[in-house]
Ligand binder design. Sequence first.
Ligand SMILES: Cc1cc2nc3c(=O)[nH]c(=O)nc-3n(C[C@H](O)[C@H](O)[C@H](O)COP(=O)(O)OP(=O)(O)OC[C@H]3O[C@@H](n4cnc5c(N)ncnc54)[C@H](O)[C@@H]3O)c2cc1C
Length: 398
Amino acid sequence: MDLKLSSEDARFREEVRDFLSKALTAELREAGRKRTSLWQEIESAMSWQSILHAKGWAAPDWPVEHGGTDWTLPQRYIFALECAQAEAPLLIPMSLKMCGPMLIGYGTTDQKSYYLPRILSGEDIWCQGYSEPGSGSDLASLSTSAVSDGDEYIINGSKIWTSYAHHANMMFALVRTSTEGKVQQGISFLLIDMKAGGISVEPILNLEGVHEFNQVFFNDVRVPKINRVGKENEGWSVAKYLLEFERFSMSSVELRRILSKVEALAKSTRSDGGTLADEAGYCRQLVQLKIDALALETSEQRVLSSLSAGKRPGSVSSVLNVQSAETLQRADMLAVEAAAYYGLPYQPEALRVGAESPVGDESATTIMPTYLSNRMRTIAGGSSEVQRNIIAKAILQL
Ligand SMILES: Cc1cc2nc3c(=O)[nH]c(=O)nc-3n(C[C@H](O)[C@H](O)[C@H](O)COP(=O)(O)OP(=O)(O)OC[C@H]3O[C@@H](n4cnc5c(N)ncnc54)[C@H](O)[C@@H]3O)c2cc1C
């Protein structure tokens, strides 16, 4: 979208650009440029977060009283876009985009005043303990048990696909506190210290061969009851609330990043003298993608405007989740087609900060791993099929 900026917003954009040009070191920029996954590697994510935190910009969408900003809707969008265009590292979403908003909505005063500043400063890194072996889409069937013992719960069971559990010192988790009645009614929401005795974290390598997620085992782990968010057996509402934030992200800025790479590669001359940009079929797909990216951008701004008015994203976050995941995967396909000219290099070592691209054009190096990594976009946070079920039920009332 070509924003028609008011003079105030134009000034704000200059302020953001000026800040980024000074605060983003060459190393951080390179780390951001070489990111191929939904998750930035931890070191650059956390050092970028501490720079943003010092400026007061780590969580622009949080309410001001909890350390957010009072930015207007266009200003929030400008900030996201400028960060993406400057190739800033991504921040870890489990802490700032999921746990923080959940605590703001449902946490006790003590939980908010203790955890929110630690999330902003990066002192606590959170992971998400929702999925279990056998309970992914059918999340409410989860069976990790929390048995009451005085002012503690004793936890036994296992969580799986737990992204960044090996970096996290805290986990927000769903546990079963009752087997009576409907499955959703026996779930509680706990905040668990990952250093508690009885927790072990086993790595799972993803399709790229990278260690991002894990299986986490609980063996008689003791969690104080004051670490429960919401009432006992009423954690399902908290879980769904958090998912609305998880499913909303500003993917259109990411899409712009991929599309600009695709366009540049499509315009580069092949050995036969032609370019992909000259081929009508390819161009048609590229133009359609740009139209869909604009539509996504507009939809995201609608949700962003609810957030800036202090409202929750709502079920429309499922629409955006499907729309962004599927559009990004189509963009990846076009990128792979464009990069075929470079022999589809997949050389993970070239992605290390400071390493040279083996094919001269660095953008071609990131394409294949990005394509592989983004296959998970239609699964993580609830598969596209499950999001469509939510849209049918909650929005279309079918
Ligand atoms: C990269 C990545 C990171 C993740 N990180 C985390 C994390 O940090 N924490 C966490 O808790 N979880 C995490 N997950 C897990 C994720 O939430 C689950 O993978 C997801 O909810 C799907 O569950 P499942 O893998 O058990 O698949 P299943 O539920 O077994 O689904 C298999 C297939 O069946 C389809 N299906 C299932 N039920 C229905 C239905 N009712 N209607 C139509 N189709 C259906 C699904 O769409 C899917 O195609 C992550 C997943 C990925 C891929």
